[in-house]
Design a protein around this ligand. Structure first.
Ligand SMILES: Cc1ncc(COP(=O)(O)O)c(C=O)c1O
Length: 441
């Protein structure tokens, strides 16, 4: 495989796509210059593109496929459901079953409400928090991605210099974002306890929620320090602000999500991706008290009305139930063990070849950084120009070695379909990249 190849079928399809789709696609995250790859089919941990190139899948549709592609139990269950119908303006039993499964696993998930994407989950989390507290603002951490709701996007393109003193500014991500949106978002500095706490204290009366993603991909899987997490929990509780997690990705870290191993019980959590078994999904989960905003009372109608033609559609619910049922605690342990082994091997390769670097990630997720500054602040996460050049080289190199990755080609995630042989293939490819004469040092 040689990318780019302007004579490839992917390149030709993209030329055609650009005549009818702006930028040639419907999803900025699959775009790639000079053209994105077009898939023909996929099974388990392997994907084949329309030119017949085979890739080991370390992307798993942006972390959503915890069992890899076309997982047989999901295919079988969905096949049966398709014959029974795909969506009705009536409730279904399978929606209850998936909610029961999630609720039985994660203590903070007393009630669950389904929708169709992680972006919708975050949007509804924010709306629930506003409806419950009667306050307008949210706080989020600089640079973190939480989907495409206006309020959640604020600061996504913030760099380390987008600060006033130590306080990050609320910078718009999309052209035309109203100033009123920016005014309702308090942007917290990553891992800076004192400044974050002071900001929350200052806006406490108007803050509905503080939301964090326990393993932010946009920050290269840098982790939150314990004292930062406890400070956020302490100050939110003190002021009746809801402490919220975006576990759209991090739910794949364990049987009880990231909150299980962090020992956190948030008021609300946005979830998505793995719980849909490969189909579009999102959900908000939280305490019965907070989630009661969806319920009518004797005093009047529910503060939060929430419709949606495809919410909890039976195809997604069936796929999600099959996927999650097959993801028991032992499977999580085995998958995470494979992930730990991979991260260790990658660290060993960097050491062995004298390349300054580190491997971030937890559970089934990993990200290579070509510098050794501990990933404590946004500046560290951004890295140096040399680090960027190395990552760029390695990302291109791995793609041409048939590795389908995340995070500009140097991060990824595993699925239950990933075998030791796939991990070996990746490590061999990384080693070849490090030894390549053109690897920038
Ligand atoms: C942390 C996080 N939140 C929210 C979203 C949005 O989810 P979706 O793409 O399903 O809208 C994503 C997507 O990658 C995400 O990583």
């Amino acid at each position: 495989m040689t990318y780019p190849d302007l004579d490839s079928r992917s390149a030709a399809l993209n030329g055609r796509a650009r005549q009818v789709l702006p930028a040639g696609n419907s999803r900025s995250s699959v775009d790639k210059s000079p053209y994105p790859l077009y898939v023909a089919h996929a099974a388990g941990a392997e994907v084949t593109d329309v030119d017949g190139n085979r890739y080991v899948d370390f992307n798993n549709n942006m972390t959503s496929l915890i069992h890899g592609n076309a997982f047989p139990p999901v295919m079988e269950a969905v096949g049966k459901q398709l014959a029974r119908g795909t969506g009705f303006a009536m409730a279904t039993e399978v929606e209850i079953e998936l909610a029961e499964l999630l609720s039985a696993r994660v203590p903070s998930f007393e009630r669950v409400r389904f929708m169709n994407s992680g972006s919708e989950a975050v949007m509804n989390l924010i709306k629930v928090a506003r409806a419950y507290t009667g306050r307008p603002k949210i706080a989020k951490v600089e640079g973190c991605y939480h989907g495409s709701y206006d309020f959640a996007e604020v600061s996504l393109s913030n760099g380390p210099n987008d600060r006033r003193e130590r306080e990050p500014i609320a910078k718009a991500y999309c052209g035309g974002t109203p100033q009123s949106v920016l005014d309702e978002v308090v942007v917290l500095p990553f891992n800076d306890v004192a400044t974050a706490e002071a900001l929350i204290e200052r806006h406490a009366d108007t803050l509905a929620a503080v939301m964090i993603d326990p393993l932010p991909l946009a920050l290269g899987m840098a982790t939150f320090e314990e004292d930062y997490l406890s400070a956020l929990q302490r100050v939110t509780r003190k002021h009746g602000i809801l402490f919220c997690l975006d576990e759209v990705v991090s739910l794949r870290l364990g049987f009880r999500g990231a909150q299980g191993h962090l020992g956190i019980e948030p008021d609300l959590t946005a979830i998505a991706k793995v719980i849909g078994g490969g189909f579009p999904v999102g959900a908000v989960a939280g305490s019965a008290a907070v989630m009661s905003v969806f319920e009518d009372t004797e005093r009047g109608p529910a503060p939060m009305h929430h419709g949606g033609t495809f919410n909890a559609n039976p195809v997604t619910m069936t796929a999600g139930l099959a996927a999650m049922t097959h993801m028991d605690a032992e499977r999580f342990a085995a998958l995470n063990g494979l992930g730990e082994g991979l991260r260790e091997r990658l660290r060993g390769l960097l050491r062995q070849h004298g390349v300054a670097g580190q491997v971030a990630g937890e559970g089934s997720m990993f990200a290579i950084h070509f510098h050794e500054h501990p990933l404590r602040r946004l500046d560290d996460v951004w890295g140096t120009r040399e680090a960027h050049r190395m990552a760029q080289f390695m990302g291109d190199f791995l793609l041409n070695r048939g590795m389908w990755m995340l995070l500009r080609g140097v991060g990824g995630c595993l699925s239950t379909a990933t075998t030791q042989a796939h991990v070996d293939e990746l490590c061999d490819a990384v080693e070849a990249g490090l030894m390549d004469a053109d690897f920038p040092r």
